[in-house]
Ligand binder design. Sequence first.
Ligand code: FES
Length: 96
Amino acid sequence: MQGNEHRVDGLAGRKLMEALREFDFGVAAICGGMCSCATCHVYIDPEWLSRLQPAEPAERDLLAELRHARPNSRLSCQIDLTDALNDLALTIAPEE
Ligand code: FES
């Protein structure tokens, strides 16, 4: 749900957005991972942020358009889950 912290575990090989949808955490992901809707926007716990692969330009451009963007914003459809990200902590961003 938006505003609550969640932890994601045991889903290496999937996109973070897919895991959030599977857990019914309130991520709409309307574009299905095409990096065009931003309805998969999350705030990554700062302790985890540096462990993610950096955002590509398309993701950065879309995040720059969001009212609720923060320095720890990411689009969850652009994040590949790995074993190193087990227990990743994040908060679902509010709808735009
Ligand atoms: S699902 Fe649309 S931008 Fe991530």
